[in-house]
Ligand binder design. Structure first.
Ligand code: G2I
Length: 451
């Protein structure tokens, strides 16, 4: 049935009311009151970034990505396998989306990555190529991708992960086919394709002074001496809880002293699951130490987390039993780690009031007779092993169906208990449940009590 103009208008008005209510009801300390990380970073001369997935850049994920960060790195969208899955057939959709989003939000983009041994298209890795063919393929790839985004990318991770742990060169398609000069050539081609982009070599386990970072140091020293274009080194910083290298700042400083910029490009700090208050406090200290090391060195120009929410991290699928590696939990609530970054950037100690678990009720969508509600239960300075959320509806609303909780209603009183699998809310963590409801007339937001 087609709706009348009048009912469409009332649906629109209801929508407007819902949006207003949602903003009020779901404002969390980090979203509403605290100074965003990007602004704290600006005051310290640091760009604060996150890796993102293009398809997720709407709703709360998009709001936080836009509000908190001044740089975006496509987590996968600019890799060769993503942009040229079939030889000569290009797919720029997700990369374009991320670059457009960044420009609309006044953000930089870090291009990631042009020359890597992983996530290459199978036509490339399965092919048999002469050195001359391989050279042409790589040069064309760099020209095409860097050229497409010329003027829109602040920095490129031109070469990714060229070293083994002992500092020898990793055996890859590029090294085996072209020798070590693939690195200098890639940098030179990237410079030609976009003279204004900063050009980086990026690797992991090079955060402290060790054999691998020594090899990176020797490489970039010699590239600079030879006049090969190189502007910076990326220290990925995929770290383990409690294991921030003691020589992190010293290592950043020695690269800076070569006249190079340094970026912390892929920071995350993983722990054995489940998380608890002790681990989350350690993680806060670790995030703070990494951020402080960057703040202490003027040429540490960018600090980027590899996904800002635990629901968008590579860690759990790669390291079974480990996770919770990012600054926001899976329900987009800032964790102690968030405040570790914030405090090291000069933000106040803005951790929400301690010793409490609270519930945040929001209406996520509403139509003529129904609505969908969401309740987030979050704890700070306290924890729960089981929970019950209760509220009283003010205008005759009813819960018709709930998920991730068992809800009962008696008159206006609603009581929702945890499911078997989500009773635990750690200190610094949160869980959520949802429901569909019925309403008429008005749908005011109730106050929810957690016990
Ligand atoms: O592995 C962590 C990072 C290490 N440094 C270089 C980064 O580029 C790398 O990022 C990760 C992405 O975060 C993952 O999302 O690179 C992984 C691949 O090495 C990415 O994982 C892949 C999965 O393996 C694929 O199965 C999946 O289709 O992500 C793809 C897209 O979701």
């Amino acid at each position: 049935m087609r709706s009348s103009p009048r009912s469409r208008l009332s649906a629109l008005l209801a929508g407007a009311v819902t949006v207003g209510a949602l903003l009020t009801a779901t404002a969390t300390p980090a979203q509403a009151a605290d100074t965003p990380l990007r602004d704290l970073g600006t005051a310290k001369g640091k760009v604060i970034g996150t890796a993102v997935t293009g398809s997720k850049l709407t709703g709360t994920y998009g709001d936080l990505a836009g509000a908190q960060f001044s740089s975006l790195t496509p987590g996968n969208a600019m890799k060769w396998g993503s942009v040229e899955p079939t030889q000569g057939t290009f797919n720029w959709a997700e990369a374009d989306q991320i670059v457009n989003f960044a420009e609309a939000h006044g953000q930089q983009v870090r291009g990631h990555t042009l020359v890597w041994h992983s996530q290459n298209p199978s036509w490339l890795t399965n092919g048999t190529w002469t050195p001359a063919q391989l050279t042409t393929l790589l040069q064309n790839h760099i020209n095409t991708e860097v050229g497409r985004y010329k003027g829109r990318i602040a920095a490129w991770d031109v070469v990714n992960e060229p070293f083994n742990e002992d500092g020898t060169y990793r055996s890859t398609l590029w090294y085996n086919g072209l020798g070590v000069d693939y690195i200098a050539n890639a940098l030179t081609w990237a410079r030609a394709a976009d003279p204004n982009a900063k050009l980086y070599i990026n690797d992991y386990n090079v955060e402290g002074v060790n054999a691998k970072s020594n090899a990176l140091y020797n490489l970039v020293s010699s590239l600079k001496q030879r006049g090969v274009p190189i502007d910076g080194v990326g220290l990925q910083a995929h770290l383990i809880l409690g294991q921030v290298p003691a020589t992190f700042q010293q290592n950043i400083q020695r690269f800076a002293d070569l006249g190079l910029d340094v970026a912390i490009t892929e920071l995350d700090i993983r722990m054995n699951l489940p998380s608890d208050a002790t681990k989350l406090a350690q993680q806060k200290a670790d995030y703070k130490a990494v951020t402080a090391a960057c703040v202490a060195v003027a040429r540490c120009v960018n600090l980027t987390v590899w996904g800002f929410t635990d629901s968008d991290s590579w860690v759990e699928s790669t390291f079974p039993g480990q996770g919770a590696a990012t600054p926001y939990d899976a329900n987009y609530q800032p964790k102690p780690a968030y405040y570790g970054i914030s405090e090291a950037l000069g933000g106040g100690t803005t951790t929400p009031p301690t010793g409490a678990c609270k519930a945040t009720y929001s209406v996520t969508s509403q139509w003529n007779t129904g609505f969908t509600g969401n309740v987030v239960i979050s704890c700070s300075g306290a924890a729960l092993s089981s929970w019950r959320a209760t509220w009283t509806f003010g205008a005759g609303q009813t819960v018709t169906q709930a998920w991730n909780a068992t809800c009962t209603q008696s008159g206006a009183a609603v009581s929702c208990a945890n499911a078997t699998y989500n009773g635990t809310v750690p200190d610094g963590g949160s869980v959520s449940f949802g429901f569909n409801g019925a309403w008429s007339g008005s749908n005011p937001l109730p106050t929810v009590t957690v016990s």
